[in-house]
Design a protein around this ligand. Structure first.
Ligand code: ADP
Ligand code: DP6
Ligand code: CO
Length: 386
């Protein structure tokens, strides 16, 4: 095979994660170091996820990336990357969806992974890449989120975790998931937690270089598999204030953020770890809901105030609060990221079915809205209603 002809590629799939104790605020904007620890739950990898293909070839003249292009099987038109995964071949139709890789977040991830690349040899495909080659070989990257991008469902988390993971596989990087999490963190803070399944803690760390600001797994996905996560997509529109700029404004102007980071979150982290360990749903719910509400209070305390939730979000909170009170013990926990979409965690499958019925009754999907409900059940089911 002529040296210039080969394309070597890897495809990876990474789930998103939803924080139950939120990260909101950086102490270092460049390295992406947070002002407090956070804890999240990673969703099932087959459901809300990113799929990224990274390809390398001596024929590529520069690094390029496409986001959310359409894929089409067995077509030869307009191809940019030809993928061969096992026996199926795909052509990605990705014109017009190219995004710039010039930003420091992409550059930092690419540089960190490249510098750790190892030797790769695939005799069948005629591919032989040496460690030193990674600095000069160019990449083509095609990524696709199967859920709304930049709408407050943590697309940056799944997106950057998948980018780093797929590049690490391509380049035969031997780092463990915690070390990779420190690289993904430099793409988007929340991304470091998607390198693990189950319940995950992002330790803020104390070193200036960020080497101890990594994610660790608290419990794997089997530990508490009664839980069912329902995501009510209130709006899939792109949010007006990105998480990055929203938290920057909060750090600059909100006194509540300072109090939260120093006085409130450290205690909640200890309590949440305990609740997860003991599968204590009442404490888990109390902590998740109050932490989500405090995060949105910080957004309101920001000047000018940031409104991520809308009337529908508030009505969902009221519905869940009333239900939990009427039952005497909590049945459903809620948490809202930087957007109006509700993440609802039901204590078991029976409660999840009742919750979904309630949501469909009180918030019937209309054809002219984009209200959808995704059901992610004990890490095994997903249905899309409406
Ligand atoms: P979200 O709430 O969806 O995480 P953010 O404002 O935090 O919203 O981040 C959205 C940004 O994350 C996008 O504008 C894009 O720059 C980046 N992003 C989203 N998906 C991907 C992906 N699959 N690969 C790389 N970057 C992505
Ligand atoms: C509300 O990780 O998206 O979802 O680090 O600037 O990319 P950057 O921000 P991002 O912020 C996530 C904020 C949150 C809470 C959380 O996921 O912990
Ligand atoms: Co994000």
């Amino acid at each position: 095979m002529a040296a210039e002809k080969w394309v070597y590629m890897v495809t990876a799939q990474t789930p998103t994660n939803i924080a139950v104790i939120k990260y909101w605020g950086k102490r270092d904007e460049v390295r992406i170091l947070p002002v407090n620890d956070s804890i999240s739950v990673t969703l099932d990898p087959d459901h809300l996820c990113t799929v990224t293909t990274v390809a390398v070839s001596p024929a590529f003249d520069r690094d390029r990336m496409w986001l959310n292009g359409k894929t089409k099987k067995h077509s030869c038109e307009k191809s940019v990357i030809h993928l061969v995964t096992e026996s199926v071949s795909y052509i990605l139709l990705i014109e017009n969806l190219e995004i710039s890789l010039s930003g420091s977040r992409y550059q930092n991830c690419l540089r960190e992974i490249r510098s750790r690349g190892g030797d790769v040899e695939d005799r069948e495909k005629g591919v032989k890449i040496e460690k030193k080659d990674w600095e000069r070989l160019n990449l083509h990257i095609a990524s696709h989120n199967n859920f709304p991008t930049a709408a407050g469902l943590a697309s940056s988390a799944a997106g950057f975790a998948c980018l780093v993971f797929s590049l690490a596989k391509l380049m035969n990087v031997e780092e463990d998931p915690s070390q990779l999490s420190a690289i993904a963190r430099q793409g988007s803070g929340s991304a470091c937690r998607s390198l693990f399944g189950g319940f995950v803690k992002w330790k803020m760390g104390s070193k200036d270089d960020g080497s101890d600001s990594v994610a660790v797994q608290l419990a794997d996905e089997k530990h508490w598999d009664d839980l069912v996560i329902i995501i009510a997509v209130v709006s899939s529109r792109q949010k007006e204030t990105s998480s990055t700029s929203g938290m920057r404004e909060s750090v600059e102007t909100s006194l509540l953020l300072q109090h939260r980071a120093k006085e409130v979150v450290p205690k909640r982290i200890v309590q949440m770890e305990e609740a997860i360990k003991n599968r204590d749903f009442a404490s888990f719910t109390q902590l998740s809901c109050t932490d989500s509400n405090q995060f949105h209070a910080v957004c309101l305390d920001t000047s000018p105030p940031i409104f991520y939730m809308n009337d529908t979000s508030h009505r969902i909170i009221s519905l869940v609060e009333k239900w939990n009170r009427s039952e005497g013990t909590p049945q459903v926990a809620y948490t809202f990221d930087a957007g109006p979409n509700a993440v609802l965690i039901a204590r078991n499958r029976k409660v999840a079915v009742q919750l979904l019925q309630g949501l469909l009754y009180y918030f019937p999907p209309k054809s002219d809205t984009d209200m959808k409900s995704y059901v992610v059940g004990d890490n095994s089911i997903l249905k899309e209603a409406g």
